[in-house]
Design a protein around this ligand. Structure first.
Ligand code: HEC
Length: 407
């Protein structure tokens, strides 16, 4: 298995690792932050606030509050999800049925409720982990496993084209020219003007590129590991750094909301869905994003300064920031940092809220704030404020995902 420096397991290995976890699906009250692995996603736009993701539980629809609903039973472990342009009910996907059996190309005409296998593709059945459909010629579709393949009949028959150097993480097709495609690979960012036969390097940076997506206006978003999120112009020049706040984490599967082009979703290498509301400059966790609004954050800040700062320090730096292991006279740890420095981000939002409202079971110094007059809504505001102090890394590693960040 190939691992990037301090970084992420390759997509193929993640696929195999997590097939087994698909049995653990609890039909009730599952939230996106509890889904271990997300492949592609489809944002339908305008009429629907929900979006769809490919996951180890098959295709899921995700409500704005993060609650997920399984679209169908037994869909397998899906590694990619794309929709016909402007027709989000017609979906194409690929992945694994079992650990050893690949799905080939599957299609749904009812937004993921029922699926049928339409092709094995070349050398298949394949498990494409990247697919892209041309906006100008919707019957033209690309898929990538070891090489890039093309279909001109909506996924029924496929031809293997060349491949760019390096393992392919993502592909995108130009919104204007169906022959012009882009690939994010372990060796960097590449483009092809002839449907994938020949490839040229688009950016001098040779670090792995993990995501590439095109905009309807002829721009290209690309994520380069260790560099950040770039925005360029087709066919691959004038690159600008949009954001570099990602530290050692990576973004996969960047999707643009068709109803609001400044709204982007991406999947961190930890599996966490991340959201940007400003064209990629700033990213927050999708988990809790509804609370990440100025009113809640400032209300939370006020409550924090009044009630919590005395122990947890200004801006949550902790009771004794230069000696985080210090204990009180009973041998209990002092109030921990709630910013990035301690491990507040090991807890999901609901766990943080529970601690705030119910206090610490082992240390009475952390009171049950529900007995001191704080409401669940106050606790939400406090969590919104605390999370506003966190980096991309802590947000991407929050809760159940923190074990993947322990290296
Ligand atoms: C009198 C001191 C004190 C005050 C005031 C206080 N805390 Fe705490 N808090 C603590 C201590 C001590 C702990 C560690 C408890 C333990 O070790 O179990 C803690 C733990 C926590 C944790 C768990 C952190 C983790 O990493 O597990 C959260 C969240 C938290 N406090 C939030 C708050 C908020 C929000 C407020 C204000 C509404 C607040 N605390 C006010 C002392 C305080």
């Amino acid at each position: 298995m190939k691992i990037i420096t301090s970084g992420f397991a390759t997509l193929a290995s993640i696929g195999f690792l997590l097939v087994a976890s698909s049995q653990a699906f609890a039909e009730k009250d599952l939230y996106l932050h509890q889904v271990p692995q997300i492949g592609g996603m489809v944002i339908p736009g305008a009429e629907s606030q929900d979006f769809l993701v490919a996951s180890n539980y098959g295709a899921l629809s995700v409500a704005p509050d993060g609650r997920v609903t399984r679209r169908s039973k037994d869909a397998g472990f899906l590694t990619e999800l794309v929709a016909l342009p402007g027709q989000a009910n017609v979906l194409f996907s690929s992945g694994y049925r079992t650990k050893t059996e690949k799905l080939g190309i599957i299609r749904s005409d009812d937004t993921g409720k029922t699926w049928s296998r339409i092709s094995d593709a070349v050398g298949g059945p394949v498990a494409f982990h990247a697919m892209a459909i041309s906006a100008t010629e919707p019957a033209t579709m690309y898929g990538a496993e070891k090489t890039v393949q093309i279909s001109r009949d909506s996924g029924k028959t496929w031809r293997s084209m060349g491949g760019p150097p390096g393992q392919i993480y993502d592909i995108a097709v130009s919104a204007k020219n169906p022959k012009s495609i882009y690939a994010a690979t372990h060796e960097g960012l590449f483009g092809s003007l002839d449907e994938g036969v020949t490839w040229t390097r688009l950016n001098p940076v040779t670090q792995p590129a993990t995501a590439v997506t095109t905009t309807p206006e002829g721009q290209i978003y690309a994520f380069v590991y260790g560099v950040g999120l770039l925005l360029g112009a087709e066919p691959g020049n004038n690159w600008n750094l949009v954001s570099k706040e990602f530290l050692d984490r990576a973004l996969f599967n960047i999707s643009i909301d068709p109803a609001n082009p400044g709204r982007l979703l991406g999947v961190a290498d930890t599996g966490a869905v991340m959201l940007s509301r400003d064209g990629g400059n700033n990213w927050i966790g999708f988990d809790g994003h509804l609370d990440k609004v100025p009113g809640r954050i400032s209300a939370g800040e006020k409550l924090f300064n009044e009630n919590c700062q005395a122990c947890h320090g200004a801006k949550g730096i902790g009771e004794k920031p230069d000696d985080p292991r210090a204990v009180d006279e009973n041998g209990f740890p002092l109030a921990p940092a709630l910013n990035d420095d301690a491990h507040g981000w090991h807890h999901a939002d609901d766990q943080l809220m529970a601690t705030i409202l119910n206090g610490s079971p082992r240390n009475k110094r952390m009171p049950a704030w529900k007995d001191e007059g704080l409401t669940p809504d106050d606790a939400r505001n406090l969590v919104a404020y605390i999370k506003s102090l966190w980096s991309f890394r802590s947000l991407a590693c929050q809760g159940g995902r923190h074990m993947r960040c322990m290296h």
